[in-house]
Design a protein around this ligand. Structure first.
Ligand code: GLC
Length: 663
């Protein structure tokens, strides 16, 4: 039943347009249900009255969820967090964030999904479906072009029309297929206009072009001018903003806005109130189940980046040293609004390894000192002791981390803190069998030490089940199957933006559509680990690629994957499209499909991926719409962006009147 708000007074209508407090909508003097919103993408982050954070399940961060490339696990992640939301009365989960990882320095990359818009959009879509399946709404954020934390309140993201559509809007466009109850506008201006009052973004594109029917909420404190926000169709300003009544009355008197403009926003708010009030909320996981789900996702998202001489999985009966305070207290997630307070007690990694390898000898050493408390002292004596312990071991497992990832600021380097590098290299001098565990939420420069170690496992920010997942992968109980969703460059200077942060007023996105692997491939820049890369304890063979034409641009791509090893595992196959000849510059290839296939030892499965018009199209600024040029396209099927196993060409012949004239 739609609320008949025509009976509301103007004051009551205006009161709806801004929060009643930090987290709730207005009740119009008790007449309406108040919608309660709460962060965050990696688990419920709800504050108690004393400012502390309520206990909830610390799920792996979205960067790790994306590294699973598993749509079902993204759904499970959302569903699990929704359980904590229901238990604590939250109607809307302020997540997921889908901003493109344009620079590895961005402080919130741990909260985001990928450098690739298709992967980010698809995984966010499934996450939203999971949350909303439990009657809890979501907030797709931060719309748009919020790709740094530094200067985020003031600095314009100056983005050309093609890059805006192909990269920065695209993950939102795909995720909107899940019909998120709300979309959150970003703080930053886009092309010179604050997102909160950017009618082109909020109305012309989001509502008219993308057909979004839900509510647009501001990021917290992102509204600069109440009436300009209303005019741009920003429905709800959060948190409570005392300026609204006076500012809107002035704007009405001056004719800057009309009462219909106000009614449009109030209507969207009342629809959201109805939706949350009538939602069928259903808890389906116990606290133990939620932890188990966190573990399942963490296991599926860790990425094995190096494994020389098959040093992993660790063998039972071996002698091992676990080094580093983070092995007792790993970094579970990043800082800011995505922080989650869990009460789950980590079991030290050394103990877990001992449990899983009963015949093994597992020693522990606290060095390198860095603990989650981010100690700054290096205990030289302690370090020396640990190097002595390392002597003669079958493997030394050293965990290092990057505790600098948070909302509100960016990293200034992608290198590890020096004491970590010193410890890794010192260990490697004592023992050649060093296994590094990287506890980080975004790309790290590993170039100083990667050649000194035998194995590197990106454990990521894996949430409260971190150590259990790490132990499971290290011992082979879990076959690692995660793959990178952002490129690991060799060094920061190899990235397009380098250490550039903008001047606080505007940052010109003059990399255009060439972001991430699109950039490195176009300019032939070597990387340390490419997009889509990740090792397994198994090996997979790809065969029998077929491409079946179903329409002008509709194809079914299918191929066999065989697990040619003795160990059950999972393979993430990626389908890229290359426009062989185009009248515009285009990336070397673009991800347009992927599947994660679980295969028993020796098993073969046939995988199929559908391609459609948008799989081949670029955004034409000449036609102001997505456009496919007739001609040859290559379909590339691979295990990573630089590891193409199968390929075929298709010839697209759309009707002549859709094409520009030939020479
Ligand atoms: C923050 C974040 C946003 C969060 C909101 C509420 O500033 O940018 O992601 O949901 O405010 O905490």
């Amino acid at each position: 039943m739609k609320c008949d708000f025509k009976k509301l007074t103007l004051e009551e209508k205006i009161a709806f347009l801004t929060g009643a407090d930090a987290w709730r909508t207005s009740s119009a003097n008790g007449k309406f249900h108040q919608v309660f919103m709460s962060d965050g993408p990696n688990g419920l982050r709800m504050q108690n009255d004393d400012g502390s954070t309520k206990i909830s399940t610390a799920m792996p961060t979205l960067s790790l969820v994306a590294q699973t490339w598993d749509k079902e696990l993204a759904y499970l992640d959302g569903e699990t967090i929704a359980n904590d939301c229901i238990e604590n009365g939250a109607d809307i989960l302020l997540a997921p964030g889908v901003n493109i990882k344009r620079t590895p320095l961005n402080g919130r990359n741990f909260e985001y999904l990928s450098e690739d818009p298709y992967l980010a959009g698809v995984m966010a879509r499934e996450y939203i479906k999971g949350v909303q399946s439990k009657g809890v709404g979501t907030s797709l954020k931060h719309y748009c072009g919020n790709n740094r934390e530094m200067h985020r309140f003031t600095q314009t993201s100056e983005i050309d029309e093609r890059a805006l559509n192909e990269l920065y809007l695209r993950p939102f466009e795909i995720a909107l297929e899940a019909e998120p109850w709300t979309v959150m506008c970003a703080y930053n201006p886009v092309n010179g206009v604050f997102a909160s009052e950017n009618r082109q973004l909020l109305y012309d594109i989001l509502r008219k072009k993308f057909g979004y029917k839900g509510l647009v909420v501001s990021d917290w404190g992102a509204v600069h001018s109440p009436y300009k926000a209303v005019r741009a169709t920003l429905d709800l300003c959060m948190p409570c903003d005392e300026r609204y009544a006076e500012n809107l009355k002035m704007a009405l008197e001056k004719g800057y806005i009309t009462e219909e403009d106000i009614d449009f926003c109030v209507g969207n708010i009342l629809n959201l109130i109805e939706k949350t009030k009538n939602a069928k909320k259903k808890i389906n996981y116990t606290k133990g189940d939620r932890h188990a789900n966190a573990l399942k996702i963490a296991k599926g998202g860790m990425v094995l980046l190096k494994n020389e001489d098959g040093i992993l999985p660790l063998k039972d009966g071996g002698q091992y040293l676990v080094a580093g305070g983070l092995s007792k207290e790993p970094i579970l997630g990043g800082g800011g609004s995505a922080f989650v307070q869990t009460d789950y007690k980590q079991t030290p990694l050394a103990h877990l390894l001992k449990d899983k390898l009963p015949k093994a000898e597992v020693e522990y050493s606290g060095e390198p000192c860095r603990s989650r408390g981010d100690c700054n002292r290096v205990d030289v004596q302690g370090a020396k002791k640990s190097y002595i312990k390392a002597f003669g071991k079958d493997a030394v497992i050293i965990i290092v981390g990057d505790a600098h990832e948070s909302e509100s600021y960016d990293r200034v380097s992608i290198k590890l803190d020096p004491e970590y590098v010193t410890a890794i290299k010192a260990m490697a001098r004592v023992n050649e069998n060093v296994v590094v565990l990287l506890n980080a939420g975004s790309a790290v420069d590993v170039s100083e030490w990667i050649d000194d170690v035998k194995a590197l496992l990106l454990v990521g920010y894996a949430g409260e089940a971190a150590n259990e997942a790490t132990a499971s992968v290290l011992t082979g109980e879990t076959n690692p199957s995660g793959k990178l969703t952002e490129t690991f460059p060799i060094k920061l200077e190899d990235t397009f933006t380098g250490s550039e942060t903008g001047d606080g007023f505007s940052e010109w996105y003059n990399d255009g559509v060439f972001v991430g692997y699109r950039y490195y491939e176009r300019y032939g820049i070597d990387v340390m680990f490419p997009f889509g890369y990740g090792l397994s304890y198994s090996e997979f063979r790809y065969d029998n690629l077929k491409v079946e034409k179903k329409g002008y641009c509709d194809f079914i791509v299918s191929y066999d994957i065989t697990n040619i090893s003795e160990k059950d595992g999972a393979e993430i196959s990626q389908v890229y499209v290359r426009d062989v000849f185009a009248m515009v510059v285009r990336p070397e290839k673009e991800l347009k499909g992927f599947e994660k296939t679980y295969l028993k030892a020796g098993e073969t499965k046939r995988v199929s991926v559908d391609l459609d018009f948008r799989s081949f199209a670029y955004y034409s600024t000449a036609y102001s719409k997505w456009h496919v040029e007739n001609g040859l396209f290559e379909i590339l099927v691979g295990s990573a962006s630089d590891d193409i196993r199968l390929s075929l060409c298709v010839d697209i012949e759309l009707p002549d009147d859709t094409q520009q004239s030939q020479y």
